[in-house]
Design a protein around this ligand. Structure first.
Ligand SMILES: [Zn+2]
Length: 416
């Protein structure tokens, strides 16, 4: 295997898949759209070419499989997703699927020697854009999706169920998507980092130890609206000025804590006129960490500090939790196996946690799971400017080839 023997071919396929878009000239491949359905055909063809048998499950997940020494052995699963956000880049999700296909193809002829099968799963509904749903395809594999979750509708009133039927899938057989845990040995997902850490440190590959949990609040600050010309400064209860102090306070606290990120991503001001002192504001506060305890402690510190600001400025503060998800620690044995791969490829091992959600969060509920991050230019994702180098694309395939070639089910579940 000469360096960069895989990069150009992988980049060409990523370009080809990017052409499957709901909006020509962009990459917009929403779950179960016509371009998504068409893309499943292309990806299935590539799996077939790699020597895999291919089926598409009731939720539209494409599953390729090669048998090991004997048919029906439990599988090492590689995967990621092929849906995208609107006006996306061409690597988010697709990189993990197509590099896995290239790795299996590269190992053709050796599969019959292995004490395990290999599967590749190409999921949809990872980006959570079209429907108010959440990781439907990977959660269906885990057996966590209930039939009523398929009733949620997109803004055009089309339900997941209707979209599945229109795409030629079989939502009535939802339960067939669920796999027994005994089928699956481990899940490995390779994904662009979607952040700048690896690039800044001059590293191509990282190993993910956990996927951050998050807590999100809706915050309302109520002061008192008044005339911008007549109310003296000392007598004001300016909700927006108080909010500004709250935002920088939350930022300062998060900056001082390791492994915590905190974001105010929306803000509305009422009544919102140039000559009126703001009477109230609403904003969102999102706090994330790879550890639930750390996240809850940081969130409590931030909330207490916001209350201090509110008291000092005589405004009222109301906070309600709108979303909370647990951090997903990834399997220590899979993390160790992936770290060994990075070493064998001659790179320093960098462990990091993921700030974004991934299908691995669902898969971790059924089998030991791990992730590689591959560096991306400027850490940019969910944007047409998303970019990786052809050398890194090559490395992605070599990493997955190494994972498969050295995968040891016994090391994963030591018998004792
Ligand atoms: Zn993704």
């Amino acid at each position: 295997m000469t360096p960069n023997s895989f990069g150009p071919a992988l980049m060409a396929r990523l370009d080809q898949l990017a052409d499957f878009s709901d909006v020509p000239g962009t990459v917009t491949r929403l779950y179960l759209s016509s371009s998504y359905v068409a893309a499943t055909g292309l990806v299935a063809n590539w799996m077939t070419k790699a020597g895999m048998s291919v089926r598409i499950d009731p939720l539209g997940t494409i599953i390729g499989r090669v048998e090991g020494r004997t048919p029906g052995l439990p599988a090492l699963v590689l995967g990621s997703h092929i849906d995208s956000v609107r006006d996306a880049g061409r690597f988010d999700g697709t990189l993990g699927v197509l590099s896995a296909i290239a790795a299996v193809e590269a190992l053709q002829g050796t599969h019959q020697d292995r004490p395990f099968a290999i599967e590749i799963m190409a999921f949809g509904d990872e980006e959570n854009v079209r429907f108010p749903s959440y990781l439907l395809s990977s959660r269906a594999v885990v057996g966590e999706v209930t039939a009523d979750e398929l009733d949620v509708r997109d803004p055009d009133g089309i339900s997941v169920r209707d979209a599945l039927i229109a795409g030629g899938f079989a939502p009535d057989r939802l339960s067939d998507a669920a796999r027994p845990a005994s089928d699956l040995l481990a899940y490995v997902e390779l994904h662009i980092e979607q952040g700048p850490v690896l690039e800044q440190e001059g590293l191509a590959l990282g190993v993910v130890t956990a996927i951050n949990g998050r807590v999100r609040y809706d915050v309302t600050v109520t002061g008192f609206a008044g005339h911008a010309g007549t109310v003296p400064m000392a007598m004001r209860r300016d909700a927006l000025a108080a909010t500004a102090e709250m935002i920088v306070t939350a930022e300062a606290i998060a900056r001082g804590l390791d492994g915590i990120v905190s974001t105010v991503g929306t803000l509305s001001v009422h009544p919102g006129a140039a000559n009126v002192i703001p009477g109230s504001t609403q904003f969102t506060l999102d706090v994330r960490s790879g550890s639930n305890t750390q996240r809850d402690a940081a969130a409590a510190t931030i909330c207490a500090a916001l209350e201090d600001v509110a008291r000092k400025r005589s405004v009222e503060l109301q906070m309600s939790t709108t979303y909370r998800s647990s951090a997903t620690p990834l399997s220590q044995s899979v993390v160790a196996a992936l770290a060994k791969t990075v070493e064998r490829l001659g790179h320093p091992v960098r462990l990091l946690s993921s700030g974004a959600g991934h299908d691995a969060m669902a898969m971790a509920n059924i089998c030991p799971s791990g992730m590689f991050f591959l560096r991306c230019k400027d850490g940019v994702s969910h944007n047409p400017a998303e970019s990786i180098t052809v050398e890194d694309a090559d490395l992605a395939v070599r990493a997955l080839v190494d994972v498969i070639a050295n995968f040891d089910p016994e090391a994963l579940f030591p018998r004792g």
